[in-house]
Unconditional design. Structure first.
Length: 70
């Protein structure tokens, strides 16, 4: 468990809907740049601002990275 401030697990949602949307929009075997492009440029998450797209990318990357380690 992580007790420090911030992070994907501390946010109000675990972002499962966002993760599902990204995985549905990007083919299996794609590179990191393809996920980034889907979130930031194609806006597959339907975020209203660039800053929320960037924050979503950051949180999803953190969540995924933690999942691989644990």
């Amino acid at each position: 468990m992580k007790f420090s401030a911030g992070g994907a697990h501390v946010s109000r949602t675990m972002m499962l809907a966002e993760l599902d949307a990204v995985l549905a929009a990007v083919p299996v075997g794609s590179e990191t740049v393809d996920y980034r492009e889907a979130i930031l440029e194609r806006n597959v998450l339907g975020k209203t601002t660039d800053s929320t797209r960037k924050e979503s990318l950051r949180r999803l990357r953190e969540y995924f990275k933690k999942g691989l380690q644990g």
